[in-house]
Design a protein around this ligand. Structure first.
Ligand code: ADE
Length: 231
């Protein structure tokens, strides 16, 4: 899978790309993530990428032209299955959408900055508008990193324990159950005995009931969805 990220702040993605799962995915050749600096696609002497908004008001708007040039340059090299714009007014990201994105071959992620991009870019090119939550970040780079990480870890072979991604919170519509590691006793608190029993069927039952309980208490909205579809 290939992810092309278009940004005016490429340095913001350096530590994300240089670490963890995403780095491993890239070095294994399973995922390619290329970052494109919008300033390389400007035609003005000052490498201008934004301007004042028509109608007045605070905040700059990202110019259509450098974005369009960058997108068209990428599109001339390969076919893209999705062109995603990170924006707080997009559709709130959920695991189901991440799963669907992870099945695509080539995607572009456009990071917004300042007041966002000229609306005509959205009309002309964007296939999905994605928000990572109901709060406003100073720019779309962190949101693009969140989305890329969530996608990359689902690509087969990226996570060494194949089943681990499937047992994440949300994958079955429930939050994940609690987990423990050594020591068995820590500061007077002990690991639930069932986990030490070696009885895998019973352990799975326990995990499932804990997942249900946790979801019911912490996310009644998810719990309701789960009971509606499973009972
Ligand atoms: N850019 C700024 N805030 C954002 C958010 N919440 N989600 C996606 N992109 C953003």
């Amino acid at each position: 899978m290939r992810i092309d990220i278009i940004t005016c702040l490429p340095e913001m993605l350096d530590s994300f790309l240089g670490n963890s799962i995403v780095k491993r995915a890239q070095s294994k050749g399973l995922v390619t993530i290329e970052v494109h600096n919008l300033r390389d696609y400007t035609t003005t002497a000052y490498k201008q990428i934004d301007d004042y908004q028509f109608g007045g008001g605070a905040g700059m708007v990202m110019l259509a032209e450098p974005i369009a040039t960058c997108i068209r340059n990428l599109q001339s090299q390969r076919t893209y299955d999705a062109l995603i714009y990170m924006t707080p007014d997009g559709k709130r990201l959920e695991q189901k959408a991440v799963n669907a994105f992870s099945l695509l071959e080539n995607i572009i992620i456009l990071c917004g900055h300042y007041k966002g991009v000229d609306e005509r870019i959205r009309e002309q090119f964007i296939t999905h508008e994605v928000s990572i939550g109901d709060y406003v970040l100073s720019s779309g780079e962190l949101a693009a990193a969140v989305l890329s990480d969530a996608i990359a870890r689902l690509v087969p072979g990226v996570i060494s324990d194949e089943t681990s991604a499937l047992t994440d919170s949300f994958q079955d519509g429930l939050l994940a159950p609690p987990v423990y590691t050594r020591p068995v006793e820590w500061e007077g608190k002990t690991v639930p005995e069932i986990l030490l029993s070696g009885n895998h069927a019973k352990i799975e039952d326990w995990r499932f009931s804990q997942a249900l309980e946790r979801t019911k208490n912490r996310r009644p909205d998810l719990y309701q969805n789960w009971t509606d579809t499973n009972q």
